[in-house]
Design a protein. Structure first.
Lengths: 201, 151
């Protein structure tokens, strides 16, 4: 029996919204009436070394600024798709890249999710936060790696009359130490990049 | 046992119905007689007209006059028949309120304004057809027409 379309967007509590996360028809990316859409969300947190100030004891104390941004865009897929994001600072960079969508399906279907995360910096590179891949089927069992994290997983998305959520998330992070002269910020950068790809099998 | 008022009512009603039916039959019979008489009169007048023309044709001295009279005879007869048909049937069928033809009015299913619900292709009263997206059994996106009604 056919399933009546919900959406076009949904949330965990409402299947009939005009905005939010898009609801798709299983793995059919060919329909003009019901275009296949997903949300591409990137959250960046940058801590930047700005210079120094003099402490109470006359010593130099480094100063920093922080920047947190989140961008969400709804994109249309006409087949397999991927997103790539990157961020950098001269101190600490963390980034979360997420693909998400709801789907309705009369029968289960499979997708292959490929992830690539990378952290780079100078010789003082360290991991300021965990780098991990997780998705809605492995939220409690993520895959870790640093300074690189890559691999793929094949997921079976079960049939669902009600919109079911799938998301894939890649957390990346990169950090470098303050320079010896904390009053002179480094020109080198702590960079991180992430790519998530979804292939319909 | 005397008749009750209800029994009397039904008895009188039955008698009245029988009387009305008899009057209707008599009226129909008179109509048929009148129509039959009208037909006979019409045919007789046509016959007399034709006889008169035939006599004139026979009396004509030349072929040209004979042909003219024949043509005039046929035209007159056709004209009289046409006039009588028009008098018996003043307008075309199914174009007047008094016609006993099928009522051509009704709902328009394409407008989604409901219909008679008699299985003749219209929509049930109060329902509208809406095309909605569905997930087909094979996971492809499709569309189905649903009958919807505000509640």
């Amino acid at each position: 029996m056919a399933i009546l379309r919900a959406g076009p967007f949904a949330s965990s509590s409402d299947s009939f919204l005009n905005s939010g996360t898009p609801v798709n028809c299983a793995n059919d990316t060919s329909s003009l009436n019901w275009p296949w859409k997903y949300n591409d969300e990137v959250t960046k947190s940058l801590e930047t070394h700005t210079g120094c100030e003099t402490g109470g004891g006359g010593e130099n104390i480094p100063t920093t600024s922080t920047s947190n941004t989140t961008t969400v865009s709804t994109e249309t897929a006409t087949g397999d798709f991927s997103i790539t994001s990157s961020a950098s600072s001269n101190l600490i960079t963390t980034m979360t890249t997420t693909l998400s969508f709801y789907y309705q399906a009369a029968q289960s279907f499979q997708i292959k999710v490929t992830y690539n995360g990378l952290a780079t910096g100078d010789g003082t590179l360290y991991q300021p936060d965990v780098m991990k891949f997780s998705d809605s089927q492995s939220a409690n069992n993520p895959i870790f790696g640093f300074p690189s994290l890559s691999g793929s997983v094949t997921r079976t998305l079960p049939a669902s009359v009600k919109p079911a959520l799938y998301y894939a998330q890649l957390d990346t992070a990169s950090g470098i130490d303050f320079p010896e002269d904390v009053c002179s910020p480094k020109s080198s950068i702590a960079d991180t990049s992430a790519t998530l790809s979804i292939e319909f099998l | 046992m005397p008749l009750t008022s209800e029994q009397r009512f039904w008895h009188n009603t039955a008698n009245e119905a029988e009387r009305l039916e008899q009057r209707a039959e008599e009226r129909d019979a008179r109509k048929r007689q009148r129509k039959s008489q009208d037909n006979r009169n019409f045919n007789r007048s046509l016959g007399e007209l034709e006889v008169a023309y035939n006599r004139a044709i026979n009396d004509a001295n030349n072929t040209r006059d004979k042909r003219r009279l024949k043509a005039e005879r046929d035209a007159r007869i056709d004209s009289e028949i046409a006039k009588r048909e028009k008098a018996n049937n003043p307008t075309s069928k199914n174009t007047t309120i008094g016609d006993d033809g099928t009522d051509q009015t009704g709902s328009n299913p394409e407008n989604g304004d409901g219909g008679s619900g008699d299985g003749g292709g219209g929509l049930p009263d109060g329902f509208a057809a809406e095309t909605l997206d569905v997930v087909n059994n094979d996971n492809t996106a499709g569309q189905r027409v649903f009958l919807t009604k505000a509640v």
